[in-house]
Design a protein around this ligand. Structure first.
Ligand code: ADP
Ligand code: ADP
Length: 236
């Protein structure tokens, strides 16, 4: 069963074809890593999947249902089932609110979105997500009291707090000092072991080969390879 399907997606910025006929299938529970040079369209691809960018032609389907793009960016989720399917995203920069505690940062989105704002339930779930990323003991600290790796783990907990069906990571370790990279990759690896469907843009090749079911190479807005890393090892 397919979680996410991109069919002949094209996106133009000015005169540049930033996404040039992208087709990609992501089955539920699978991990896809996207690698490629800077400017090849990786970030735009993730942002299109998350509705942060509109696409010019093609289709994006989630759980077999088409997204409908409206007003040049917003995804209109007309279908009830599609409304339940949420996408969590983690960016290179963690962008935590500096004047809110770790716990408050994680609770913010669910408090904002939930119609029945059961604060206590949201708090308990947020604490569980912080435990999952190993940050429960820092729940009452402020972002500036944390390392970059710790802040990024909070950002992952924040994305998980909306209970997403799919997680997108846009170079989650690129802004980190080298010694902090592994603690973040470890959390992402654990999510993959739990069966989370994920698309990860990364330059961490060893990690990508370890966790991914497919490795997608992008260049100039196109997918030039889409391979099973196990097969790639065999043919090397
Ligand atoms: P990558 O993530 O692979 O580095 P991006 O998706 O960020 O690539 O960018 C792909 C191309 O699209 C680049 O040439 C970039 O300059 C351009 N681009 C990205 N966002 C915009 C935008 N909002 N307006 C115009 N051009 C953009
Ligand atoms: P990344 O590191 O993910 O590739 P960039 O630094 O390329 O991101 O872009 C950061 C932001 O600037 C994104 O929101 C992207 O859409 C926008 N952007 C990138 N290139 C351009 C561009 N040429 N014109 C306008 N906006 C751009």
């Amino acid at each position: 069963k397919i979680a996410l399907e991109l069919k002949n997606v094209k996106k133009v910025f000015g005169n540049t074809l930033v996404l040039n006929d992208i087709s990609l299938s992501v089955p539920w529970g699978k991990v896809i890593s996207i690698i490629g040079p800077s400017g090849s369209g990786k970030s735009t691809l993730l942002r299109s999947i998350n509705g942060l960018e509109s696409i010019d032609t093609g289709d994006i389907e989630m759980g077999g249902l088409p997204f409908m793009f409206k007003n040049n960016n917003k995804i209109k989720k007309s279908n009830k089932k599609l409304q339940v399917l949420k996408i969590g995203m983690v960016f290179q920069s963690y962008n935590l609110f500096p004047h809110k505690t770790v716990l408050e940062n994680v609770m913010l989105a669910p408090l904002y979105h939930k119609k029945n704002k059961d604060q206590e339930l949201i708090r308990i779930h947020a604490l569980a997500m912080l435990e999952k990323v190993g940050m429960l003991i820092h729940a009452n600290k402020y972002p500036h009291q944390l390392s970059g790796g710790q802040q990024q783990r909070v950002a992952i907990a924040r994305a998980l707090a909306i209970q997403p069906s799919i997680m997108l990571f846009d170079e989650p370790t690129s802004a980190l000092d080298p010694e902090l990279v592994q603690e973040v990759l470890k959390v992402i690896k654990e999510l993959s072991n739990e069966g989370m469907t994920m698309i990860i843009v990364t330059h961490e090749m060893k990690f990508a080969f370890e966790v991914s079911d497919r490795i997608v190479f992008m260049e100039s807005g196109q997918i030039i390879y889409n391979e099973d890393p196990q097969q790639m090892k065999k043919t090397q």
